[in-house]
Every structure is written in C-alpha cells, then in structure tokens.
Design a protein around this ligand. Structure first.
Ligand code: WT7
Length: 667
C-alpha cells in the first residue's frame, strides 16, 4: 500500500558541520512504501523485526555472524580465525583454504542444478546462447587448462579486455580457478588506459576479443590492444576470442586464438586450493590524483559477502531470472554478474549491447521475452528511459518482474517514482543499493521483504555492516545533519589495499578518521536511521554512474598540444547525474573555436574513454588559484552551475581572473 498521495517535498540544504566542504542540497522526502504483503510472505527476510534481530546479532558478535555465513561454503580446509584485524589491514578466515570458482560452479554441478541455466545470453543482433551450470563448468575448466598451458601460475595477473560475451565470465572464472589475479579493463577504455593498468599490475597476459558489437557496428578491440602493449614489457602472450570477425593482425609467438587453444585443452581441471586471503582480482577505479587506483580484493571474504548480499538484497530464488545491465568491466558486473549469482546457483540474463539498440525498448523487450523477474540497473539509464518516453516501456508486458534495483549514484526521487510506477507498475519493491568498488559488495540497501522504502535513499546498512555519518572529528552526527559517511568495522569484502601502494591505501581511506574507513561520500541519516547519500566530497565526480577523477580528465586535456592548463568540475545534469565542464587555458598561439573544442573532446575520449568527454568546454584566460597555486575548483563549480560566485573568495590570488571567466563570450 503506497502512500504516494501524501507527498510533501521540502527543499533544504544540509552542509557538513566543518564548512570545509559543502555537500549538495537534498530533498526531504516523505513518501514511504512498505514491502507488499505477498512479497514479504515469501522473502528470505520478511519483517523489519527480523532485520533488526539479524543486525543486532551481527553487531554483538561479528565473528559468529560472518563465521556462520562462511560455513555454508565449500572449504578444502577450515579457517583458524574469522578476523585478524591489524588496522587498517584485515585477514579474514586466516588458515582456511577454498576456491571461489569451485563454490560458483562445482558445488552446483554436483547437485540438481547441473542442468539449470546459469547464463542466458542475448547478443545485440538478437542471437541467443544458454549455458547451463554443467556447460559453464566445462568451458571454465577447459580455459583454466589453457591458462596453465600458457604458464600462468597462482598470483600472476591477467588483463581481460572484451565486450559482454559469456567468454568474459568464463575467462574471469578460469583465472579464479587457477589462482590467477584477474584485472578486467572495461572495453570502452583507450589503449593508453590499458597500458597504464597493465603496467601498474605487471600483468603477464591479455585476454581480449577481436572486436565488440556496438549499436549495429563494431569496435576493433585487438587493434587497441596492439597499440597498448607496445609499452607493456610484462606481457608474454595475448589470447584472442573471435566475436565480430574483424580483420586483426596475429603476431607470431605472441598472439593465439582462443578457439585454437580451447581445441587442445582437456575439460577437467582441479581447482587450486587457495588461501582465504589469496588475491582474487585487481579492478582500477579513479582516484583524486591522475593515477587510477588498483583496488585489490581477495578470495574468501569477497566470496561470502558477494553471495550473501546477493541472496538477501535480491531475495533470490531458484525460479528467478535475474537481469543486471552493468558491464563486467565495473565492480557491479564483477560482484553481481560474475560471482554473486553463480555462487547462489541463480539464473542470470546477460545482454551484450546498448539499451537503445535497435530502439529504446530493448530492455523491456528482453524482460518480456525472457520473463525476467529481477532487474538491476543504474539511475542514469532510468533517466534516459524517462526522456525516451513511457510508451517504449508500456507497450511490453512486464508482469514477470517482481523486484527492481538501482546502483551507482543517488537516484532522484522523481526517477525513483517513475521506476516504481511505470516499470514496476506499483507492484515491485525497489532496492537502492549503496556500495563502492572498494567495498566489494552492497553495504546499504533495503531488504525487499522487510524494509519500507523511501524514494532517494538506500535506507539501512546490511547486517554486519557498521556505517555511520560523522563530523570531521569522528563524532556521530545527529539525525538529518549532513556529514561524512564512514564504515566503523572491517567487513569481509573490503579492499585489502591499493595494488602495490599501501601508503596510498592508508592515506586515501584511513587517514581522515581515527580507525574508520572513509568512503569519500557525504551523507545524512534521517530520523529512521536511513542513509541519504549526498555525493562525493572530493574532486571525483560521478558521471552516468561511473566515478571519474576530474584530475584524470585534466591531465588528458593538458596532454593536448594546444592546452596550457585545465580544470574540470561537474555540474548537476538531468540525464547523466553530473556533467563535466572543463575550463581550459590555451597556449598563446592557439585560438579557441568550435573545431578545437571538438578536437579536445575527442582527445579525452582517446586518452581515457568516451565517458570522460567533457560536456562543455569553456575558454579561460587564467584559472582561479590560491596563493599556494591550488586551483579553486569550488569557484569553478559555482560558475559552471549558476554562472555566478557567491562563496568565499578570500584566498583567491587574482580577482581579475574571475571577472574574465564570467564575462567571456562562449561561441
Ligand atoms: C560511488 C562508488 C557500486 C557500483 C557502482 C559505482 C556512488 C554508488 C550509490 C547509491 C548513492 C551511490 C557513491 C559511491 N554510489 N551507489 N545507491 N546511492 N550513491 O561504484 O565507481 O566505486 O563508485 O558511487 O558516491 O561512493 P564506484
């Protein structure tokens, strides 16, 4: 029973108590949606009382809580201790030996699920493949043997660069089976981005595809890899999967076809018995300096949280068909496509292509044809669907859907209501899931059979997860006071370090608050203890659900011959969440015009990837700086958003600079 008639939206501003950062204003949202009774009846957790009981038990004895979950998995050897915490370094399930691939596949192959669909794949052109647990197990075992024959040993890093085909998940699981550390690089990234990630992780091998399909055309991935690995001394070999039949150059001795190697490999491969803390993967994410951070996750802790959070948040049942629209190149695809669903023996739908190909109803068409029951997507996609028009959605029968989810950025209440009414037809609970690449799995989310939801909040932390909103000095904020979102206790799927850089790990996450993990997000907790995320407090912006370091975009701009200096900020954007605005100072001999503007945008796309393209480029004679030379991005943000400056300018060195920026003509 929804109470959406009793709407009352009051705009107010919440600012953290130290005026050092200001976090965007939020809405007070009064609408509340209790879980539908029939949903609650059959849910894994079916009331708030049950949630509170679980939460309290986990808080009182975290070792017993996490140990209890871990016992449900297959271990070659049981652990000696649940957690050894040497702040900020965690060892979960020390002494235990397991294998996440074994738990994701062999466990099911040894059960009635052997012939159950694991992956239902749909290509952009409408082609379909179904891989049962048995078949996936066979393919993964074969490819694990390929890795072994190629000399890959436990602990070796393997880069993976391919589009959304089942072989991407096969490659990931095969790495896990032999103990190799996978480093998936999103197929939208440029050659430069691959080089940087391969070198930082000193990867030995690249697994790629010849190409990937995109909106009826294709992108040649192998050419990009060729360009990238000219400068990567650690790479010994490249395995190439045929997807698009692009013309590619196969280099003798270095490059091998996936199908040739698979043809030679046996289809049984004993899983490596790995330490609980054996590294599982490195996934790069933007930092506030130009260099991306290699987030390191390890085996057992990640495994148990990926599986249990998937089970409870998505209330997964064997009958479900779960559709996650993320790419495996991001953490969402790692945890809630490659691992979580398979560890739970679920059936997932994997779609290769764009949401608007051949037209804007592709997702809804897929949901209708495959009778999808759970949809997990991003607010940025939802906003794009709203813009495209309701008729694309309503012309399809979506009655199979029973649960909806979102991830990646705050969802604005109006988009939430649209998702609820138009997609969910008022019937489906929505789980707004807050988490990060670093947290490995969902931290804050409704449990769909228990938690009453409110549009725009990820609600309460999962059992075992100790999040809080605090002041700069670490003391808790009162209800509705804006502050910093921290995590007060270690959790199993936490990042273990930044690959090869413990100093940066300590500095980035553990130096702002005493013995608490700082998420980088601003937030407030309302009177029900619900967490409202107010965005990032540093210079990292979230564009279309992807976190981008503005300084990375700046370095890309400055690497263009015409650019002297650049500052990139974000302004709110209806469609993408945030839009990137670049203030660019040109070298004297260059003139700022439309042609150069396009050239710079394309340059950024080539250096980082199309998602980092600035939406707007403004020419600046100079940038506002402090006396110590720090660019005052806060002022630029104000300019980009409202074209005027209201904030404090006392530390500004040269006032003339601001006048120029305000008065300039933008062609
Ligand atoms: C940042 C993490 C987790 C996978 C996708 C992004 C923002 C994420 C939510 C949400 C409000 C959210 C936060 C967070 N974020 N989910 N449900 N509500 N904000 O992973 O690239 O590591 O980014 O995304 O700012 O810190 P990521």
């Amino acid at each position: 029973m929804a109470t959406d008639d009793a709407t009352s939206n009051v705009q107010h501003t919440v600012t953290p108590s130290t005026a050092e950062v200001s976090i965007s204003s939020v809405m007070t949202e009064k609408r509340k949606f209790p879980p539908p009774a029939d949903f609650a009846l059959n849910a894994h957790v079916s009331s708030m009382a049950e949630y509170e009981k679980l939460y309290a038990a986990a808080e009182a004895d975290p070792d017993a809580y996490w140990g209890g979950i871990a016992e449900k998995f297959h271990w070659f050897k049981k652990w000696d201790s649940v957690l050894e915490w040497n702040s900020p370094y965690a060892k979960w399930f020390k002494g235990g030996k397991t294998n996440i691939c074994y738990n994701a596949l062999d466990v099911h192959v040894n059960s009635w699920r052997k012939n159950k669909a694991a992956i239902i794949w749909e290509g952009e052109e409408g082609d379909e493949r179904v891989l049962t647990y048995g078949e996936l197990h066979r393919q993964v075992s074969k490819f694990a043997n390929v890795l072994k024959i190629a000399g890959i040993k436990p602990g070796d890093r393997v880069a993976i660069y391919m589009g959304m085909v089942p072989e991407l998940i096969i490659a990931v699981l095969a790495c896990a089976r032999v103990g190799a550390v996978h480093n998936v690089i999103f197929a939208g990234f440029s050659a430069h981005a691959i080089t940087e990630r391969v070198n930082d992780s000193r990867a030995r091998m690249v697994i790629c595809a010849d190409g990937t399909r995109r909106r009826g055309g294709s992108i040649n991935l192998k050419n990009i890899v060729d360009e990238a690995i000219v400068n990567t001394p650690s790479i010994r070999s490249v395995i190439v999967l045929k997807v698009t039949n692009e013309e590619v150059h196969m280099h003798n001795g270095m490059d091998h076809w996936w199908h040739d190697l698979m043809g030679l490999a046996a289809d049984e491969c004993e899983p490596a018995e790995l330490d609980a803390e054996h590294p599982l993967f490195v996934l790069y994410t933007s930092g506030s300096t130009g260099k991306p951070k290699g987030i390191l996750h390890t085996t057992a802790g990640y495994m148990i949280h990926a599986a249990s959070s998937f089970k409870y948040v998505f209330d997964i049942k064997d009958e479900d068909i779960y559709f996650c629209t993320a790419d495996v190149g991001w953490i969402t695809g790692h945890t809630y496509m490659a691992y979580g669903p398979l560890l739970c023996g679920a059936t997932m739908l994997m779609y290769e292509g764009a949401p608007n190909y051949p037209q804007w109803d592709r997702f809804w068409d897929i949901i209708n044809r495959h009778k999808v029951t759970i949809l997990y997507t991003a607010p940025t996609a939802i906003r794009a669907f709203i813009r495209a028009g309701n008729e694309w959605v309503t012309k399809h029968n979506l009655s199979s859907l029973r649960l909806l989810g979102t991830v990646g950025e705050p969802i604005n209440p109006e988009a939430w209501m649209w998702y609820h009414k138009v997609v969910g037809q008022g019937r489906c609970p929505i789980v707004d899931t807050w988490w990060q690449t670093e947290t490995g799995g969902i931290m804050v989310s409704p449990l769909p059979g228990a938690t009453p939801t409110k549009p725009g909040t990820a609600t309460r932390p999962l059992p075992g997860i100790a999040v809080d909103v605090v002041h700069k000095d670490g003391t808790p904020c009162v209800a509705n006071e804006g502050g910093y979102l921290v995590i007060k206790k270690p959790w199993p799927s936490m990042l273990r370090t930044i690959y090869g850089d413990n100093d940066r790990y300590e500095k980035t996450y553990w130096s702002d608050f005493n013995d608490m993990y700082f998420t980088g997000d601003g937030a407030r907790k309302d009177e029900d203890g619900y967490i409202w995320i107010m965005g990032r407090v540093d210079d990292v912006v979230n564009v279309s659900g992807h976190r981008l370091g503005t300084s990375e975009v700046e370095s890309a701009l400055v690497s263009h011959e015409a650019v002297a200096e650049a500052a990139v900020v974000s302004r709110p954007d209806e469609l993408k969440g945030n839009a990137l605005v670049a203030f660019v100072t040109l070298k004297d001999e260059y003139v700022g015009d439309m042609t150069l503007r396009e050239a710079l945008r394309n340059h950024v796309a080539k250096e980082i990837g199309p998602i980092a393209k600035p939406d707007e480029i403004r020419w600046a004679k100079g940038l506002p700086k402090t006396r110590s030379g720090k660019i005052m991005r806060r002022l630029l943000r104000e300019l980009a958003t409202s074209n005027e400056i209201k904030g404090d300018v006392t530390t500004l060195e040269d006032f003339g600079v601001l006048e120029n920026l305000r008065d300039q003509e933008n062609d």
